[in-house]
Design a protein around this ligand. Sequence first.
Ligand SMILES: Nc1nc2c(ncn2[C@@H]2O[C@H](COP(=O)(O)OP(=O)(O)OP(=O)(O)O)[C@@H](O)[C@H]2O)c(=O)[nH]1
Length: 203
Amino acid sequence: MSAPLGVILAGGRATRMGGGDKGLRMVGGRRLIDHVIDRLGPQCGAMAINANGDPARLSEFGLPVVADSLADHPGPLAGVLAGLDWAAGQGATAIVTAAADTPFFPKDLGARLMASAGPSGLCLAASPDETGRVQRHPTFGLWPVALRDDLRAALTAGLRKIVIWTDGHGAGQAVFDSTPFDPFFNVNTPEDIAAAEALMGAA
Ligand SMILES: Nc1nc2c(ncn2[C@@H]2O[C@H](COP(=O)(O)OP(=O)(O)OP(=O)(O)O)[C@@H](O)[C@H]2O)c(=O)[nH]1
């Protein structure tokens, strides 16, 4: 199987950050999306960024910027669908998604998702939280292009919660270690930027 394509989910309103594009925030002297590109690039074929609004503001990364294909559908699932539509146009069979606000996600994300995929080819990443309970991270997943019309129909019918759809398709789960810190730590607030910079040396 050829390597999946990579899609960086960079939509959303970033209300906890005070608005704007979270992916353009500086962490350790670089934009969050730069960190994500560095991690995802070696794990996939071509990459694209998904975001709403004017794509020109994200053109500096030199990657295609794909807008959500379903207007007015809040949440990252619309971004996953837009990524699948883009990948279909490239003749690809699957995408790996990564959130633009998560600078330390695992360097073996794509390989582990592929190794743990369910029969439909779907897989989500997960990691234990501070209580030891395994939490899924639905913005980090392996998504087969063959399911895009099914996803489009579900979203059009009002689906909001990713895991309802992935559970319905027997998605696999790749569980990553959370020590010394959770690699899916994401930057939501200005305080999280400081926390990410403190972690930078350890990542
Ligand atoms: N395409 C798309 N992606 C989204 C949307 N909402 C959130 N995301 C992505 O989903 C991931 C998690 O986003 P959140 O932090 O929960 O939401 P947010 O809107 O970015 O931030 P808050 O407003 O502070 O909750 C990030 O990668 C976002 O870029 C959306 O409406 N469309």
